[in-house]
Ligand binder design. Structure first.
Ligand code: PHE
Length: 342
């Protein structure tokens, strides 16, 4: 009969396993490799078990007992070594290098459009205007009809409208807020309404989405003088008291009379340059006295109340304020542009 493992040989394998485990310390990978080496399918201890079949039946129980013991001992040792290794990972303290230079957090700033909106809102708030808002997805009725722009009106072509359906549009201006507010309230009314507006247009000076601020003041005996006073004060607060302005006759279906406001060119001060096309003036807003037809739509008596309204593009104000020549820069979100407004 072939020589088979005896007690000494088994003890040797076990001792070798324990020694190697001791050496592996807290190295999980190494411990796992040892498990394979001794207890795996072709492991050293597993192999010893295969000899059981070769010994005489009388010796078999004794050898079996020894091998079971050996396997249990190694298994337990691997178990506690694994335990220790995992524990070490959990409790290991990170070492902190206090000399490492700190990371400077990148702190953003308010978008220039937000900054100008806030400034416009602040100036009008100080004059007693209340801030209100309206929906960007708007009924055709409020965007056009209630503002004296019927279905076949040529003014509808001027505004390249995004239609959602026959009756629903993306608002092309903030003026529908006028109609909504007047319909809900009775005079006196003194509101400004900033927000996003949409027109199907895109080039150096047009983007499909841009911002406007609408203003509306309605009451008894509100006159064009009030309109001039409020907008003059606004221009002086926004661009400086030295900047001149003029009211130029214009047309809007929802105001009568209407005026566009120009300010003296911020680049040349009025002497004429490329920015103002050598006119010395820059248009900044549209305005006028609320048309009686609009009052009738919202159920006001035009004999009883009067009022003025104005609307301006916020990006346009920002472009003039900071001499920016391409509107699209506002929407590209390039930090190199944006970080100049901190
Ligand atoms: N809604 C007009 C526009 O978008 C501006 C405007 C508002 C004009 C209020 C007069 C009165 O051009």
């Amino acid at each position: 009969m072939e020589q088979v493992a005896d007690r000494r040989e088994i003890e040797q394998v076990v001792n070798e396993a324990l020694r190697e485990l001791e050496e592996a310390k807290k190295d999980l990978k190494l411990i796992d490799a040892l498990r394979v080496k001794y207890l795996g399918r072709k492991g050293l201890i597993t192999n010893l078990f295969k000899q059981l079949g070769k010994v005489s039946p009388e010796k078999r129980p004794e050898l079996g007992r020894l091998l079971n013991e050996a396997r249990d001992t190694v298994e337990r040792a691997i178990g506690s070594a694994t335990e220790r290794a995992k524990e070490a990972i959990l409790t290991s303290k990170e070492t902190i290098d206090v000399t490492t230079p700190g990371r400077i957090p990148i702190i953003g700033s308010l978008h220039p459009v937000t900054q100008v909106t806030q400034e416009i809102v602040r100036i009008f708030s100080q004059m007693g205007f209340e801030v209100v808002e309206g929906p960007e997805v708007e009924l055709d009725y409020y965007n056009f009809e209630a503002l004296n722009i019927p279905k076949d009106h040529p003014a509808r072509d001027m505004q390249d409208t995004f239609y959602i359906s026959e009756d629903v549009v993306l608002r092309t201006h903030t003026s529908p807020i006028q109609a909504r507010i007047m319909e809900k309230r009775r005079p006196p009314i003194q509101i400004i309404a900033p927000g996003k507006t949409y027109r199907c247009d895109s080039d150096m000076t047009h983007t499909p989405m841009f911002h406007q601020v609408e203003g509306l003041m309605v009451g008894k005996d509100i006159s064009f003088s009030h309109l001039k006073a409020v907008l003059t004060l606004f221009v002086h607060r926004m661009f400086g008291p030295q900047v001149g302005l003029r009211f130029r006759p214009s047309f809007f279906p929802f105001t009568e009379p209407s005026a566009e406001v120009d300010i003296q060119c911020v680049m040349c001060g009025g002497s004429g340059c490329k920015v103002c096309s050598y006119t010395g003036w820059l248009e900044i807003l549209g305005s006028g006295m609320v048309d009686p037809a609009v009052f009738e739509k919202v159920g006001y008596d035009p004999e009883e109340v009067t009022g003025f309204a104005f609307g301006m593009g916020i990006e346009r104000i920002a472009m003039l304020k900071w001499s920016i020549d391409d509107l699209r820069l506002f929407f590209e979100n390039d930090v190199r542009f944006l970080e100049q407004f901190t």
